[in-house]
Design a protein around this ligand. Structure first.
Ligand SMILES: Nc1ncnc2c1ncn2[C@@H]1O[C@H](COP(=O)(O)OP(=O)(O)OP(=O)(O)O)[C@@H](O)[C@H]1O
Ligand SMILES: [Mg+2]
Length: 237
């Protein structure tokens, strides 16, 4: 296990509250919900931002949390490392190049105001992400992590573009669809939600992200039991 420091942004109060609401919705989805996948219809809808903050939010409740960067095509985790070096990642592990302990990194808060949680970085991009994520080795990894951690948060690529999230969906306890307000239309969201469900995944809900609350009327997408939404925010405000 290696220590790193992951960038922490200061979100406005309302935004931080929404992360807590999302955490509560997931907790209330059931005790059996430990591995949760996050995807979206398109790129840039906010998956990595939300999943990383959600991992922190669970850690604040003293849960042992691990964040897995399953975007094996375009990982952004590396850009968020402020201290420490990432040597090996999921693609190394799934191709038999290292052991599990070589890919687990700890966000060590040190003296900064942060919390401890664990991450598995994606590793170098690969030509065969679909095959790697379909493998028995990946299923076994999730089973092993389930025994060790309270919550496993998975950041996956957009399901509207590639099939990866659907494959992961078949191996997790629940999934959440992130939708950018004013982005994909209802039909597209429904199609992607249906794809997730047909993968065998339990769709826990939809997060409507980047909502401009200054606009009075907004119709919400709603699937499954729970849903949450994020406030529109500007970094550093
Ligand atoms: N609620 C929000 N309000 C404003 N900007 C946001 C919000 N959520 C995310 N963003 C911004 O949107 C951009 C995309 O976010 P992020 O990288 O989290 O999306 P993603 O879905 O993981 O993208 P990709 O599909 O490329 O992995 C980033 O610049 C991020 O800062
Ligand atoms: Mg991302």
């Amino acid at each position: 296990m290696f220590d790193i420091k992951i960038e922490r942004k200061n979100y406005p109060f309302a935004m931080a509250e929404e992360f807590k609401n999302l955490r509560t919705s997931i907790i209330f989805s059931g005790e059996d919900i430990k591995t949760v996948l996050f995807t979206s219809c398109f790129a840039n809808e906010g998956k990595s931002t939300i999943t990383l903050e959600l991992a922190r939010s669970f850690a604040e409740l003293d849960k042992k949390v691990i964040f897995i960067d399953c975007d094996l095509r375009k990982s952004i985790l590396k850009r968020k490392i402020r201290d420490g070096i990432i040597k090996k990642g999921l693609t190394h592990y799934l191709t038999g190049q290292c052991s599990l302990e070589d890919i687990i990194y700890r966000n060590n808060p040190g003296r900064e105001k942060d919390v401890e949680f664990f991450v598995i970085p994606a590793g170098p991009s690969t030509n065969s992400p679909t095959e790697l994520l379909s493998s028995q080795k990946f299923s076994d990894l999730l089973t092993e992590l389930r025994d060790e951690y309270d919550v496993i948060i998975i950041d996956a690529p957009p399901l509207g573009s590639v099939v990866d999230a659907s494959i992961i969906g078949s191996k997790v306890d629940g999934s959440v669809l992130i939708v950018e307000a004013g982005g994909a239309n209802y039909k597209v969201v429904k199609k992607v939600a249906d794809k997730l469900v047909s993968s065998g995944s339990r769709l826990l809900g939809v997060v409507l992200n980047k909502v401009d609350k200054s606009k009075k009327s907004y119709s919400y997408y709603k699937y499954g039991k729970d849903y949450g939404y994020g406030d529109k925010y500007g970094y550093g405000n």
